[in-house]
Design a protein around this ligand. Structure first.
Ligand code: MEV
Length: 425
């Protein structure tokens, strides 16, 4: 059968009808198709209301990181992630931070920035001044769009404008600052942006093009810090190793990318578990890491005069507790319940604290015994499963491969054959 990706009217079908079509196009068996429809706690109809062209759902493991003490409060941290070792490392690192009193966090008001791009302006600097002078009118128009947010204590709070020079000439960018309270804010900000656009055109005599939120949320920051006693981290040598690892990441973008990826392992797992927009957080984090023009590490690790380790992490953190999948995904709602956070700011601070602990876990392993030892046990289990091992065979074969330091599917298959025929390896 010729296979085409042009499936006219696909979006109009029900999820079951779509799956039937995909089953045919991709030669799926009955069993495979059933697997896709087994959407667990997220009913197919709910998934269909969340995004387009739904045929199923993909479960990601949800684990709980333990030992977290943040601002003297205990938290059980739900983490959604497919990578082995991350949750174990977060729990282990949280235990180390606990010895020094836990992690302490702060955050700014939940202010997001909306951008309105205006082009073809004769005198952009003069137009900029006109925008600043019209601040009250712009804020009033913006706030008329969202009386609920305003009533909750949020809404558009400030206006700024900047002239930028591009390959297409000068442009005037108006920035609307919106306090989003417990929402992530993209909808509120984009609606306000669109509503004030005609006003911007009238004031500047220019043409408005883009009207969209910025994910570089520099007005919505969360900061986490901790002091880890040197004995908890493994001694002064390990402290020095971590400080040197931090200096490496600060100076070299190739290392900074991986260092920051390690932070995101923790932060994004919480963001995803709570149904928030993890792409927005990643975009914000990496652009924040490059805000000086030089991509660098998001965290710093130093040694204090006692020889203890002091870590800090600051991130733009646009997460919410209302709107989007946070409310519509049943598992996300439960994750929020387990976490016990009451405000978006509290969630933002927890996500940052987990990023800091995750970073500590990775750097400690890297600066001490290397990352592979911890990784390998779980990796070996996955390889054993790939080779066809089931039940107790998995552990037996994984343990043997780790012992031999030969973690490969071909070796797992050999061991499995031997185990099946002789009952031992
Ligand atoms: C792996 O997912 C994350 C690490 O590479 C982070 C790091 O290198 O800091 C271990």
């Amino acid at each position: 059968m010729p296979k085409s990706s042009q499936l006219s009217g696909f979006y109009k079908l029900s999820p079951k009808q779509r799956l039937a079509l995909i089953k045919e196009c991709a030669d799926l068996t009955e069993e495979e198709a059933n697997l896709l429809q087994n959407t667990g706690p997220l009913p197919l109809e709910a998934a269909d209301r969340m995004v387009e062209n739904v045929i199923g759902a993909i479960p990601i493991p949800l684990g709980i990181a333990v030992n977290f003490l943040i601002n003297n409060k205990d938290y059980l941290i739900p983490m959604a992630i497919e990578e082995p070792s991350v949750i174990a490392a977060a729990s282990y690192a949280a235990k180390m931070t606990r010895d020094g009193g836990g992690i302490h966090t702060t955050s700014t008001s939940p202010v997001m920035i909306g951008q309105i791009q205006a082009i073809n302006i004769k005198d952009p600097y003069s137009a900029r001044m006109q925008i600043l002078l019209a601040k009250d009118e712009i804020l009033k128009t913006a706030n008329e769009q969202d009386p609920v947010l305003v009533k909750a204590g949020g809404g558009a709070v400030d206006v700024d404008a900047k002239v930028i020079h591009t390959t297409q000439g000068s442009m005037l960018i108006t920035e609307l600052y919106v306090d989003c309270q417990d929402a992530m804010g993209a909808n509120a900000v984009n609606t306000m942006n669109e509503a004030v656009a005609p006003l911007i055109e009238r004031i500047t005599n220019g043409q408005v093009l883009l009207r969209i939120i910025s994910n570089l949320a520099t007005k919505r920051l969360a900061r986490a810090s901790c002091i880890v006693p040197k004995q908890s981290v493994g001694g002064e040598q390990v402290v020095d190793g971590i400080v040197n690892a931090s200096a490496f990441a600060a100076a070299d973008p190739y290392r900074a990318a991986t260092h920051n990826k390690g932070i995101m392992n923790g932060t994004i797992a919480v963001v995803l578990a709570t149904g928030n927009d993890h792409r927005a957080i990643e975009a914000g984090a990496h652009s924040y890491a490059a805000r000086t023009g030089h991509y660098t590490s998001l965290s710093t690790w130093e040694k204090n005069k006692n020889g203890d380790l002091v870590g800090t992490l600051e991130l733009p953190m646009a997460v919410g507790l209302i709107g989007g999948a946070v409310r519509t995904h049943p598992t996300a709602r439960l994750a929020v319940k387990i976490l016990g956070v009451k405000t978006a700011n509290e969630l933002a601070e927890v996500c940052t604290a987990v990023g800091l602990a995750q970073n500590l876990g990775a750097l400690r392993a890297l600066a001490h015994e290397g990352i592979q030892r911890g990784h390998m046990a779980l990796h070996a289990r996955n390889i054993a499963i790939t080779a066809g091992a089931i039940d107790e065979q998995i552990e037996t074969i994984a343990a043997k491969m780790v012992e031999e330091r030969k973690i490969r599917v071909d070796r797992a298959k050999e061991l499995l054959d031997k185990y099946k025929t002789t009952g031992k390896i």
